[in-house]
Design a protein around this ligand. Structure first.
Ligand code: SF4
Ligand code: SF4
Length: 319
């Protein structure tokens, strides 16, 4: 083993200490797995890309070899630790217009998750010398959802998101690669069964088959990820969503009993659950930058956000 335990208590193993500490700082689930090559998932990704389902997200075509083999990112990785943090608040949208996806109601999850995983790392350093690690929260060529499935956090639902019996799908995923050799947790069974509610409810028919999303039809893609030179196609009705879309999660039975987030930073304390039209109408670039400070909404960019607004107005004039 390449690391040395500075302190070791026979009654508690480091993995249990990590799990307990992580729960104490707000993570709801933590799973461990081995850094295996993701052949099956990689083939699915390549197939998905070949069908153009990534729309204009060309960054997903880069570093494919690293997405398959995580050792190309960190050669001495021995374990992959996956953290799940609920952002569910048991709150509904105020109205049908200018809705914001639940994940973006509060502070930017990248920063919150990163800070908490760093706390875990600092704790581990108390037990281990020569710790090597890397953290990924939607930030690199890492297939986070697949690692979450392998580590037993949940299963991949037909809406393509990771689902857990305790958390539903309203949770963030963070991945920590370490050079510590831990016992892996077991993956869990899929529990979608014969349900197809997410597929049936998607208003743009973006879920082309279980677990497969055609981003070119997905409201989340068009309201968050489109390039600044792209316009939302006329046939895509945003259904009042100005940032993101939660429809395929709202209908999922597992979200009816999702655990409420312990972190108030994910609560709708910034602007509520919807953006007020009066506010958007008078939104200057400066105001946008101020209002999206430390908010995931900044990802849509000022022009992209206004395009979403005008598209919703067009949709409502047509109905
Ligand atoms: S996010 Fe919305 S548009 Fe995209 S697949 Fe889910 S329901 Fe469909
Ligand atoms: S709505 Fe049904 S099919 Fe879709 S993810 Fe939830 S349980 Fe699975």
């Amino acid at each position: 083993m390449e690391f040395y335990l500075k302190r070791y208590d026979n009654s508690i193993i480091l993995k249990d200490i990590i799990k307990t500490f992580s729960y104490l700082i707000g993570f709801e689930k933590v799973g461990f797995t081995k850094p295996v090559e993701l052949h099956h998932e990689f083939n699915n990704l390549v197939n998905w890309l070949s069908l153009g389902y990534n729309a204009s997200m060309s960054y997903l075509e880069k570093n494919l070899d690293k997405r398959r083999d995580i050792k190309l990112i960190m050669p001495d990785v021995r374990s992959v630790i996956v953290f799940a943090h609920s952002y569910f608040t048991n709150t509904s949208h105020d109205s049908d217009n200018f809705k914001v996806s639940r994940y973006a109601w509060g502070n930017d999850y990248h920063k919150v998750m990163f800070k908490k995983i760093k706390q875990v790392i600092n704790m581990i350093k108390g037990y281990v010398t020569d710790l090597k690690y890397k953290i990924y929260i939607d930030t690199g060529p890492v297939l986070e959802k697949q690692w979450a499935v392998l580590s037993g956090i949940g299963w991949q639902g037909k809406n393509s998101l990771v689902l857990s019996k305790e958390l539903g799908s309203y949770f963030f995923i963070g991945v920590l690669l370490t050079n510590i050799d831990f016992e892996p947790d077991l993956a869990i069974k899929e529990h979608c069964g014969s349900c197809t509610r997410c597929i049936d409810a998607c208003p743009t028919k973006a879920i082309v088959k279980p677990k497969v999303i055609d981003s070119r039809r997905c409201i989340s893609f068009w309201t968050i990820e489109k390039r600044i030179d792209e316009n939302i196609p006329d046939e895509i009705d945003l259904k009042g969503w100005i940032f993101g879309c939660d429809i395929c999660q709202e209908v999922c039975p597992w979200n009816k009993k999702a655990r409420i987030s312990s972190d108030k930073q994910f609560y709708p304390f910034r602007f509520g659950t919807n953006i007020k039209e009066e506010f958007i109408k008078n939104l200057s670039y400066e105001k946008f930058m101020e209002f999206t400070k430390n908010s995931p909404i900044r990802r849509s960019k000022y022009l992209g956000f206004l395009k979403n607004y005008y598209h919703i107005l067009r949709n409502s004039n047509e109905t």
